[in-house]
Design a protein around this ligand. Structure first.
Ligand code: SF4
Ligand code: SF4
Length: 247
């Protein structure tokens, strides 16, 4: 059987999403029967772009001119381009300080006299190219990544999740940390798919999967307000993983 050609690329990121694929240790032998992996910087040496790809999985956001060129090249060569992880989907932690002046940040990190290459405010992939599907999360859930890969084998892209973390949290019959414990939990505004991993361990949702579409902001803000969390607190927390959030 002909194996599908996959390009795995990492842009401005921590490489945690690439590592997620390598961590699928039990499934890797079967994956190797279905896929050829290319341009996989964390696993291949040297990482080269050659020919066309059935899909490109791209981790990280863009913050440097050469990343824009690489992303456009991947788009040209690939039938599907998939944003892998919150950085790629909405900017993620790399874009956390987008509201600060870049020159100031450069000096804070590298010192007054450091010579740094050209960079710009980190942006999600869809600010430059068309994205066909997303697997969000910081990092994503392993099962979601495997579902995507098995879907590609059948020639299909995954159905987009459109419900919040609260949906899965209530299905697991957890106590609500927000309404019953007065803890600040971003579950109502955050895209589900993680099985409410954190609230199920009594840890409030931090919003690492980015915003749920059509979130009921008005209602959520009212509940937060009743619990003593003001609009600014909500906004600052939401922007940790999705800097473009507007309330
Ligand atoms: S989404 Fe999270 S795990 Fe993935 S590259 Fe970005 S910071 Fe790392
Ligand atoms: S604990 Fe958080 S995620 Fe769970 S239902 Fe309450 S607000 Fe939603």
């Amino acid at each position: 059987m002909k194996r599908l050609r996959l390009a795995i690329a990492g842009l401005t990121a921590c490489s945690g999403c690439q590592l997620l694929l390598l961590n699928c240790e039990d499934e890797l032998p079967e994956l190797m029967e279905q896929f050829e992996f290319h341009y996989f910087q964390m696993a291949c040496s040297p990482a080269l772009l050659e020919g066309s790809y059935d899909a490109a999985l791209v981790e990280g956001c863009i913050s440097m001119p050469h990343e824009v060129e690489l992303l456009q090249e991947l788009r040209r060569r690939s039938k599907y381009l998939i944003a892998l992880g919150t950085c790629a989907v909405c900017g993620g932690v790399a874009a956390l300080r987008n509201s600060d002046e870049r020159e100031l940040l450069r000096q804070m990190v590298y010192g007054q006299n450091a010579v740094a290459g050209e960079t710009f405010n980190p942006q999600p992939l869809n600010s430059v190219v068309q994205v066909d599907a997303v697997v969000t999360g910081c990092p994503p859930e392993k099962e979601e990544l495997l579902r995507l890969l098995m879907g590609l084998v059948r020639g299909a892209l995954p159905v987009a999740i459109d419900y919040p973390v609260c949906t899965e949290c209530r299905m697991r019959e957890n106590l609500c940390l927000l309404t019953e414990r007065n803890k600040f939990c971003l579950g109502p505004l955050t895209l589900g798919g993680c099985g409410a991993r954190c609230p199920s361990m009594s840890v409030p949702c931090e919003g690492c999967r980015g915003p749920v579409p059509e979130a009921n902001l008005k209602e959520a803000l009212e509940v937060y307000n009743q619990k003593g969390f003001d609009r600014q607190t909500v906004l600052e927390c939401l922007r940790r993983f999705c800097p473009e959030w507007k309330l």
